[in-house]
Write a new protein. Structure first.
Length: 140
């Protein structure tokens, strides 16, 4: 699991929406205490007002994202009364580097995948319950 980092633009915190597969949360590591600590850290970060963490249950079946891999949609703030100076961009990372996509059709394709994930994922409260349940299963 990646550590969450607080990012701010001036005095405005960046909104961060994350979707995680239940499979990722259930993948055990040899150090059970470290696993529980990581899951608790996820709950702490998810409690921040600018963070939304939602879990995609195994029962939901494979989402469109299973074909795209990990991606990040970067939306940039607009100036007062002005359009954003940067286009919405999709960030893809792979073993040899990174790719930034900003053509409208490319961004729309990934927005469609994100919307599919949101429609299948548990809401924030249910996601928190699921993470707590996994913690209980691994707590000694």
């Amino acid at each position: 699991m990646r550590a969450a980092v607080g990012v701010h633009l001036g005095s405005v915190p960046v909104r961060c929406g994350r979707g995680l597969s239940e499979a990722v949360l259930r993948r055990t590591i040899p150090d059970r205490r470290a696993m529980v600590e990581q899951l608790r850290h996820l709950l702490d970060v998810a409690a921040l007002p600018n963070v939304s963490l939602r879990v995609l249950p195994l029962a939901a079946g494979p989402p469109l994202a299973s074909e795209t891999g990990t991606f990040v949609v970067l939306g940039f703030p607009q100036g007062l009364g002005r359009a954003s100076t940067e286009p919405t961009t999709v960030y893809l990372e792979n073993i040899t580097g990174a790719l930034y996509l900003d053509r409208p059709a490319e961004v729309a394709a990934f927005a469609h995948v994100w919307n599919d994930l949101e429609s299948l994922a548990s809401d924030e409260a249910e996601s928190e319950k699921m993470i707590n349940m996994i913690i209980e299963e691994h707590h000694d």
